[in-house]
Design a protein. Structure first.
Length: 76
């Protein structure tokens, strides 16, 4: 369990390390400026984070269920 948590933390850390490089683009798209000025960029960010959390939660649930099935298969 600790190994899975470590790998997940490492993955999130590596993904987060790439964000500042993307944010320093000199030619910012107009759509981003409009969303930022209206405050709607936070809605987009929350939606993306919710989708990511849902996928991650589903994968953890699936892993738990598969481990349970494997354990039952070994006991037979």
């Amino acid at each position: 369990m600790k190994r899975k948590l470590f790998l997940f933390s490492l993955l999130v850390g590596l993904l987060a390390a790439g964000f500042p490089a993307v944010a320093q683009d000199a030619d910012s798209p107009e759509m981003a400026d409009i969303l930022r000025s209206n405050g709607k960029i936070y809605i987009v960010l929350i939606t993306v984070l919710m989708v990511f959390a849902g996928i991650a939660g589903f994968l953890f649930f699936l892993e738990k269920r598969i481990s349970k099935l494997e354990k039952n298969l070994k006991n037979k």
